[in-house]
Design a protein. Structure first.
Length: 210
């Protein structure tokens, strides 16, 4: 079957291939996608992405793991695309760290007790590793680590199953006295900036480790 006239690849499947579903529901799996297959993103529902292949076949995948097709350099002075601009995520991480630091200072000064400190910091989730021009940030909205080269974000690791929760909706909060909620370890899929896959069973380093 020939490619549809309006087929314009926007992403490619990561090197390790990608599981696919008939609908945004993990209970309805379909044929997995081959590694490096060009696809066109045609719909989003939270972490879920509906993709179109060159032969007009479509499926739902974990959109956090799709690799964006390289774009041309931005026009000087033009704003970055919303999906690529790292500044909103940098601001959210900075806000989380600021709130934690404020609570920690109040605890150290005796203005908070241990219980009040736990309540004040409950639900805070942030992560950042900086190594020269490379930055890894934790995106709590989509439960993933992203890699940033200063201008563009790309998924580095995703934990848990894709969610249909709209961007900006609150994530599940931990119960009282418990730590942050995280996805199951066996559901983690890592995509390094160089395109290499990484599974949770391997012993390779995480961001910033040597």
């Amino acid at each position: 079957m020939s490619a549809p006239v309006d087929f314009r690849p926007t992403h490619v499947v990561p090197p390790g291939g990608l599981a696919a579903w008939e609908s945004p529901d993990t209970g309805r799996p379909t044929v997995p996608l081959d590694a490096l297959l060009p696809v066109q993103l045609i719909d989003r529902r939270g972490d879920w992405a509906r993709i179109l292949c060159a032969n007009s076949w479509s499926a739902w995948v974990d959109g956090r793991l799709l690799v964006t097709v390289p774009q041309g350099p931005p026009v000087p002075g033009a704003p970055l695309a919303r999906t690529a601009d790292p500044r909103p995520l940098l601001a959210r991480v900075q806000d989380m760290l600021s709130r934690y630091r404020s609570a920690a200072e109040d605890l150290a000064a005796g203005r908070l007790d241990g219980e009040a400190f736990r309540q004040r910091t409950q639900g805070l989730r942030a992560g950042m590793v900086v190594e020269g021009e490379a930055v890894w940030l934790y995106d709590a909205e989509h439960e993933r680590w992203v890699y940033c080269d200063g201008t563009r974000l790309s998924t580095f690791a995703a934990s848990g199953q894709p969610s249909a929760r709209p961007s900006g909706a609150p994530s599940a909060q931990p119960s009282s006295g418990e730590g942050p909620v995280s996805g199951p370890a066996d559901a983690t899929r890592v995509v390094r900036p160089d395109g290499e896959g990484h599974s949770p069973e391997s012993t390779g380093p995480w961001p910033g480790e040597t």
